[in-house]
Design a protein around this ligand. Sequence first.
Ligand SMILES: NC(=O)c1ccc[n+]([C@@H]2O[C@H](COP(=O)([O-])OP(=O)(O)OC[C@H]3O[C@@H](n4cnc5c(N)ncnc54)[C@H](O)[C@@H]3O)[C@@H](O)[C@H]2O)c1
Length: 260
Amino acid sequence: MTEFPKLDAALQLSLTGRVALVTGAASGIGRAIALAFAQAGAAVLINHLGRAAEAEALVVQIQSLGGRAVALEADVTRADQIARMLEPMSQPFGAVDLLVNNAGIIAEKPLLQTSEEDWDRMLAVDLKSVFLVSRAVLPAMIAQGHGVIINIASDLGYLGRENFTAYCAAKAGVMGLTRAMAREFAPAIRVNAIAPGPIHTAMVSPETMSAASLAQELDSPQRRIAEPEEIAATALFLASDLSRFYCGQVLGPNGGSVMP
Ligand SMILES: NC(=O)c1ccc[n+]([C@@H]2O[C@H](COP(=O)([O-])OP(=O)(O)OC[C@H]3O[C@@H](n4cnc5c(N)ncnc54)[C@H](O)[C@@H]3O)[C@@H](O)[C@H]2O)c1
């Protein structure tokens, strides 16, 4: 292993020379992570589903800052679409060595009203996609002998929350999958997760949550909803060499909602 970088230089959290794929990056936390990675020097593949205008606008923003990015559409619940997204001709920057499994959905529904279709959809987008995209990206990481995978879980994966059972189950699954993958692919590939608390995105809004659930989101010592950039900061750390002793960990930028 190479020398641990000197902290003065490392504090720049440079990702120069890295190629990152961020799923669900047209909005919210994924967008903030893609922007932060690009500003740290990575070339970024911006995955989206049906959000070409937002994804292309992000590409333009990154290019205007001197960075490199391309938007790639794929439904991350579909292995065929993931394979197409990762075809060599779609990858102008070369093989992915930094993957953020961020795409996700949420739904508030009492368990007794949750249909099998509801359950399967939630588990497909929030858990199966992490397996599918990782499985597609890992062979290139293994071939080049290094790689970083960051999975976006949720504090609700620890806490549980009434009327969000499928979401909580999927996010707890993401943490288990993270730990198993971390063991299976160490030391060459580092797999870790982030379990955010509430963040200002479309996911935490009156369109997706009842007033009672939104109020519950403030039930933490900091009593606030954070910004997507606060999660991007944690992702930047996990992506960089500063975190190279982190393996199978779940970091919790959550205002204290969970203190494991
Ligand atoms: N906002 C929060 O409070 C919060 C808290 C904890 C965890 N998270 C997690 O953070 C991640 C990002 O969520 P967000 O808050 O930024 O919300 P968001 O809705 O802005 O982002 C989710 C993104 O995933 C994309 N997406 C959904 N299904 C997809 C699919 N099948 N294929 C490709 N892309 C798909 C959406 O188009 C969207 O751009 C999610 O995994 C979410 O569960 C969010």
